[in-house]
Design a protein around this ligand. Sequence first.
Ligand SMILES: Nc1ncnc2c1ncn2[C@@H]1O[C@H](COP(=O)(O)OP(=O)(O)OP(=O)(O)O)[C@@H](O)[C@H]1O
Ligand SMILES: [Mg+2]
Length: 369
Amino acid sequence: MTDLAHRYQELVTAGELRPDPDQKRAAERLAILQAELEAQPARGSTLWKLLRKPPEAPRGLYLWGGVGRGKSMLMDLFFDRAQVKRKRRAHFHEFMLDVHERLREVRKSESGDPIPPVVAALAEEARLLCFDEMVVNNMADAAIMSRLFTGLLEQRVTIVTTSNRAPDDLYKDGLNRQLFLPFIELIKQKLDVMSLNGPVDYRRDRLGNAKLWQAPNDASATAALSESFFRLTDYPVEDRARVPSEDILVPGGRSLHVPKSLKGVAVFSFKRLCAEARGASDYLAIARHYHTVIIVGIPVLGPENRNEAARFVTLIDALYEYKVKLLAGAEAQPDALYPTGDGSFEFERTASRLMEMQSDEYLAKGHGE
Ligand SMILES: Nc1ncnc2c1ncn2[C@@H]1O[C@H](COP(=O)(O)OP(=O)(O)OP(=O)(O)O)[C@@H](O)[C@H]1O
Ligand SMILES: [Mg+2]
């Protein structure tokens, strides 16, 4: 199999990717890591048994930069190509949910420090961990990150992660930040920190001049949204009938069916999101999971739709809070969506957010920031 740097070059030569010096550097570095990982003897093999102590884990990578710079694209290329049996790629937020869940389980049965057994289990499952979108914005995560990651590195796990922020800017202005500083030091010491921060936001580029808010919701709106989806996900239009769906976890142990879900982009109908009994926890789960959400079939709402309108307000608040990019097909412009009915006055704030969510400034913000 050709290594990652060659594959990257092939994509550039074929015109599928535009040449980008930062990406080239990162691809070359990831190719070295790929070779190092693949050169390690498999655990339990004869060679492995001959070693007096287990080999050092190859040094991982922290890739950071603005939105749409190609971090996830490169990490996915790397992850798919790396011939490593025990590997795991996770959205950082979901990984931390999983960690907290495991910590809770351990605490139920053991009285000691719960972190070491959780680290041991994670290290057993994967020797290569790739995290997409590392962002730390809550105390619960910040407080355990240093010990968790120290443990994983000690257990010879190689970590590759992407983030919109440089290590020094993680959890900036967060509560009790001093507890978090050792984690930043650890990252800088143990991982190669590389920026992927060229001038082009390729995601924005792919959206071209297409309007994010399509109104009215007619055939041309549907066509435009569908085209945006395929451009954003690099999915072949011929396979449109086979776009994968996904069930995402909602805190509380429920799950939510997402009819179209690919590369951090989700498509929903307004009906599914706002006409069923859904609430803030569902919307927050969506907002954390997807960097881009496409909502189709948004009707003009009236007094008889106050529940739908209230849910829509909660949904937009969640998407806005997590800086999710929103594309929509609606019967009207945001300020004419809910002209009369309970809460239509408060809806003005939602309309104003919807306008702001189409601005370049909003679109340049990192997911979950
Ligand atoms: N050199 C390139 N030429 C053309 N398209 C590119 C290039 N690099 C990335 N892209 C495309 O741009 C889009 C955004 O890339 P990607 O999702 O990897 O960005 P990101 O850095 O992870 O952004 P974010 O920080 O928001 O997660 C993807 O559709 C990707 O395939
Ligand atoms: Mg990304």
